[in-house]
Unconditional design. Structure first.
Length: 271
DNA sequence: ATGCGGACCTGTTAGC
DNA sequence: TGCTAACAGGTCCGCA
């Protein structure tokens, strides 16, 4: 479910309720996420103040004076702020209970997410340490993509979805960015010019920013922290639009599987 | 090192 | 209407 805009939307939604507050408890109703939620985590963070919540790729990093923990939403995870006494629903696996009574509630039907202790320096954590460039930070540009892609034979779509290259670009925004840049998703990453990568990098950050402004993309079940859906789904040009006309040329959008993921593109506008 | 397929889960939808 | 198969926003791991 959540790609970078959805994670960032989640962060912005929860931060005002959580930052600067003291953790009273962590209630784990289901610990079997992608990796088991460690039993020691509760005692580690109980009574600690959350100094800051920031995003690295699709990870949310919660900072406390004694160390940090990282939280990933996986494919189907979402977070909501609820008041004490709100009855947990199905798949509401974890509550982060704050002393002032606010609860950060984590729901994740498929349990592909994770909640892990990351110690004093989260950048040292193996899941974070190997991550590539942030697409909304200055180091991300056409030259970077060009340099990283030399001699790579994978498709450009798989390339920009590789978190070791650039973080946060998931299946929806990969299709959308390549459409906006006019690049065929099947094209080999190593055979794309610097000029085209400059356009692609620009489109990626532009589309991600636009999606954040819209509160992310809701396909079926993503919700912002206040329960509202994301509105970027209304703006999608190709994702999920197989056999519908391309907005630019009118010819029909195709869907081909690349790297085991559905990939949408216009056979005329993207070369 | 790179690229590929499989794996982890549940829920929803499409097709017979 | 009911059963079954395919598919879904992520990404790590093991193998060639």
């Amino acid at each position: 479910m959540p790609e970078l805009p959805e994670v960032e939307t989640t962060r912005r939604g929860i931060a005002p309720h959580i930052e600067g507050e003291i953790i009273q408890n962590l209630v784990v109703r289901e610990s079997r996420l992608r990796w088991p939620v460690s039993e020691g985590l509760v005692s580690r963070i109980q009574g600690q103040c959350i100094k800051d919540i920031y995003r690295r790729g699709k990870y949310l990093v919660f900072t406390t004076p004694v160390g940090s923990f990282i939280w990933h939403l996986g494919m189907s995870g979402s977070m909501q702020i609820v008041e004490t006494g709100t009855e947990p629903q199905k798949h509401d696996h974890i509550d982060l209970v704050m002393e002032k009574g606010t609860i950060l509630r984590y729901n994740d039907p498929r349990r592909f997410g994770c909640l892990l202790w990351a110690g004093a320096d989260p950048n040292q954590h193996s899941l974070i340490a190997s991550l590539g460039c942030e697409p909304l930070e200055p180091g991300f540009n056409g030259r970077y993509l060009y340099a990283r892609s030399r001699n790579r034979k994978i498709s450009v779509k798989s390339f920009i979805m590789d978190g070791k290259v650039v973080v946060g670009v998931g299946n929806i925004y990969a299709s959308e960015s390549l459409y906006a840049a006019g690049i065929r998703p099947t094209r080999a990453a190593g055979r794309i010019s610097l000029a085209r990568y400059a356009v692609l990098a620009e489109k990626i950050s532009q589309i991600l920013k636009q999606a954040i402004r819209a509160g992310g993309t809701t396909l079926s079940d993503f919700t912002q922290a206040d329960g509202r859906p994301g509105y970027f789904s209304q703006v999608l040009q190709v994702y999920g639009r197989e056999a519908q006309p391309c907005a630019r040329c009118g010819c029909l959008i195709k869907n081909r599987v690349i790297g085991q993921r559905a990939s949408y593109y216009c056979p005329v506008c993207q070369t």
